[in-house]
Write a protein of this length. Structure first.
Length: 465
């Protein structure tokens, strides 16, 4: 369980780029726990992250081999270890798998010594009857507990003693570091609040994958208490910590953070309908009334006047129906007052023009002269006659005359053709459109256009073609 948790921690830190840290794992860990794969990390990646960790383990065999053991009058700690290894037919550092618990021999020997001294103290020094111990009376149990708690002797692991109120003996702790050669190296021991550095130990530190070696000595113990630059605290949103440079970084506008790893931030472009700006960690759907047609949009575009977007995350605006335009928020269409005002203006102009034309229908213009001029029978009017033919395929229009005193001109139901020469003059033609060569002189009368020609060929109407 502890091995798996430590490997998961190393893997997660590898994925976010938290490198060059020195870890201090805890728990009962088997040898080589750092050389196995886990989750999304290979064994090589886990081993790379674990390199340099410092572990605290119990010191199984004491270092001062010449110390005499309390439970043996003539055996030292070194003699006990060599005797044990000899009986196992092996040597230190060359233990077979069947006797892998070799390090536990020291603690077992100390446990036997501790119980032997406790029984000696209870049975001989305090004269507690053996039958009470056999009966496990409360009084006998209390005596044994008291004798064990006052244990104080030189054992195979070191000096064995208990701190008041503690259930475990105050043994010696050894600090070990996993170094670049793959081995665990002892760098210091700790016993009863005293730290002792190994005189020949070398501490390895890593900075940007470069290994730095530091020789340990009591004079250099200040190294253990030196201050390190703290990691920055980045905002909850907007920036992520780059563990390689200890700087807060953000993805560019139009992108979102996918993950932060050993190679720094990995950013991906925002999809259509979303945007990211001002260091947003994730892409945000475009608000109502805006849209983003493509990828990598830093700011959503506002819908034009003729379109709207009534939902978030729009990739295009919906066109408004004719006569309507987008609201101020761009989320709906409203009536376009200028459109209907222009329609009303056109309707009013058309009605005014129609009324003007109809008012002029049948309007008679007074003639001041009808005479033959340059082979043309020309009628001159007192005021503008308002006859302006518009049709390109017929250069003349129909007119009627009355009150001229000339029968050929005033005949009832007789229509002539006329060609506009001037606002005050017209050339009169036969119904077939031929020139009239006969002189039909007159200085009185009226001329007008019959319906509907008065409506079609009038200067009051806009050009037809």
């Amino acid at each position: 369980m502890f091995e798996l948790r430590n490997r998961l921690l190393l893997c997660e830190n590898y994925k976010i780029g938290f490198l060059n840290a020195i870890y201090m794992p805890f728990g009962w860990l088997k040898q080589g726990w750092w050389s196995e794969s886990v989750s999304e990390c290979s064994a090589h990646q886990v081993n790379h992250m674990a390199m340099g960790f410092i572990a605290a383990n119990a010191l199984h065999w004491r270092r001062d081999n010449n110390s005499v053991l309390s439970c043996s009058a003539n055996m030292t700690a070194g003699h006990l270890r060599q005797t044990w290894l000899k009986r196992q037919r092996t040597s230190s550092g060359n233990l077979e798998a069947g006797i892998a618990l070799a390090n536990e021999a020291a603690s077992t020997a100390d446990a036997v010594c501790m119980f032997a001294q406790a029984l000696h103290k209870v049975l001989l020094d305090r004269a507690v009857p053996l039958r009470e111990l056999s009966a496990r009376t409360p009084a006998a149990y209390a005596e044994i507990q008291d004798a064990l708690s006052h244990s104080d002797f030189e054992g195979a692991q070191g000096r064995v003693t208990f701190t008041p109120g503690m259930a475990e003996p105050s043994g010696t702790i050894v600090l070990q570091q996993l170094q670049s050669d793959g081995g665990l190296i002892d760098i210091a021991t700790y016993q009863q609040a005293h730290l002792t550095l190994e005189p020949s130990a070398i501490l390895q530190l890593r900075f940007d994958d470069e290994t730095v070696c530091a020789h340990l000595s009591m004079s250099s113990s200040a190294l253990l208490g030196s201050c390190l630059v703290p990691y920055l605290q980045c905002p909850a949103r907007g920036e992520e910590l780059d563990f390689r440079t200890n700087t807060c970084q953000a993805c560019p506008d139009g992108t979102e953070l996918k993950q932060s790893g050993p190679d720094g931030l990995i950013c991906t472009r925002c999809g259509p309908g979303t945007y990211a700006s001002n260091g947003h960690v994730t892409c945000t759907p475009c608000p109502v009334g805006t849209y983003a047609p493509g990828e990598g949009t830093p700011i959503c575009s506002t819908c034009p006047l003729d379109g709207y977007a009534d939902h978030t995350g729009a990739t295009a605006c919906t066109p408004c129906p004719q006569g309507m335009l987008s609201s101020r928020d761009g989320n709906m269409c409203v009536i376009d007052p200028y459109y209907y005002a222009s329609l009303l203006s056109i309707c009013f102009f058309s009605m005014f023009s129609a009324l003007t034309v109809f008012a002029s229908c049948g309007y008679k213009t007074r003639i001041t002269d009808v005479s033959l001029t340059d082979g043309k029978l020309v009628a001159t009017t007192l005021t503008e006659h308002y006859i302006a033919h518009r049709w390109r395929f017929a250069p003349t229009t129909w007119v009627t005359l009355s009150g001229t005193g000339v029968h050929e001109l005033d005949a009832p139901q007789r229509c002539l053709r006329a060609r506009r020469l001037h606002p005050l003059s017209l050339e009169l033609l036969t119904p077939e459109g031929e020139p009239i060569s006969a002189d039909r002189c007159s200085s009185v009368g009226y001329i007008h256009q019959p319906f509907p020609m008065a409506f079609v060929d009038s200067v009051h109407m806009p050009p037809m073609i």
